[in-house]
Design a protein around this ligand. Sequence first.
Ligand code: K1U
Ligand code: ZN
Length: 173
Amino acid sequence: MIRAILIHPDPRLKKLCDPVTQITADLRKLAADMLETMYDAPGIGLAAPQVGVTKRLLVMDCMKLPDAPRPLVLINPAITWASADLATYEEGCLSIPDQYAEVQRPDKATVRWMDLEGALHEETFGGLWATCVQHEIDHLNGKLFIDYLGLMKRQMITRKMEKLKREMAREGR
Ligand code: K1U
Ligand code: ZN
């Protein structure tokens, strides 16, 4: 089931999300719906607060070839190491449609998380995967990529999103 993606500004996108304490059927359904929603958008990542659920869960798949997918579900992800080297990527966000900006982040990041079977994983991500996982973990901490920008740019994007939301409400979207 494709879920509606919240558009900034929304108080649910600014919340510190709660840790997942139990892997339930509802959580499995949420993860499956989030992957479906991400692929449909299309996007390379999606965090639970973007669909209105303030829990520490994210999905991502940064594979470039559509015939070799690598769907990942990360429960309670934590960055255990980040490189001193930085990389700059032009980031986008499904909650801030059609807005892109360069953001500098650690080039590599090691992340520990639990999967839907309760197994623990630790992996060092690089390139787009590293950028994406850091962007998605930011969502779980109520942080958006525009929070890395200067005040003027951030305000301009926020005003555009407020206008978009008014238009969407008028059109019943
Ligand atoms: O969190 C999100 O809203 C998803 C976001 C993730 C992201 C993109 C770029 C850098 C960091 C994190 C997106 O997926 S935006 C869409 C996008 O980047 C994309 C869509 C289709 C093909 C390739 C990329
Ligand atoms: Zn985002």
